[in-house]
Write a protein that binds this ligand. Structure first.
Ligand code: SF4
Ligand code: SF4
Length: 113
């Protein structure tokens, strides 16, 4: 029997500005209360010598992410993907996303079961 096609999110965190729009978009789409949702934007601070710091933002899908199946079934993009102005995220079949990931560093591929 042919395996079911898996879908996922390709996250290019190099260009993430930490605007939290993806997190809010998911919360609003599914009515999650404050502090819960399918997407969490993490701020990672690494302190450097001379008082400087290296700051990275990393959008991370949680176990509550359902990959927006109600939207994608209708041909829509996931809410987080649609609302990210920096176009950091892409939705699609994991095989295609993995090929894209091979072309560029600082990307993460996320796919639920
Ligand atoms: S909407 Fe895009 S730029 Fe903003 S935090 Fe999410 S991934 Fe980063
Ligand atoms: S794909 Fe949908 S459910 Fe998953 S984090 Fe994005 S908006 Fe939330």
């Amino acid at each position: 029997m042919a395996e079911k096609q898996r879908y996922g999110l390709l996250i290019d965190y190099e260009y993430c500005t930490g605007c939290f729009t993806c997190q809010v978009a998911c919360q609003q789409e599914y009515g999650w209360p404050a502090g819960m949702g399918g997407m969490r934007v993490n701020e990672i601070v690494q302190n450097l010598p001379k008082g400087k710091a290296y700051l990275t933002y990393f959008p991370f899908p949680t176990e509550l992410c359902i990959l927006c199946r109600p939207r994608t079934k209708k041909g829509l993009q996931p809410a987080c993907v649609q609302h990210c102005m920096a176009e950091c995220m892409r939705f699609g079949p994991v095989e295609e996303l993995a090929k894209e990931m091979a072309q560029k560093p600082r990307m993460v591929l996320w796919a639920p079961k």
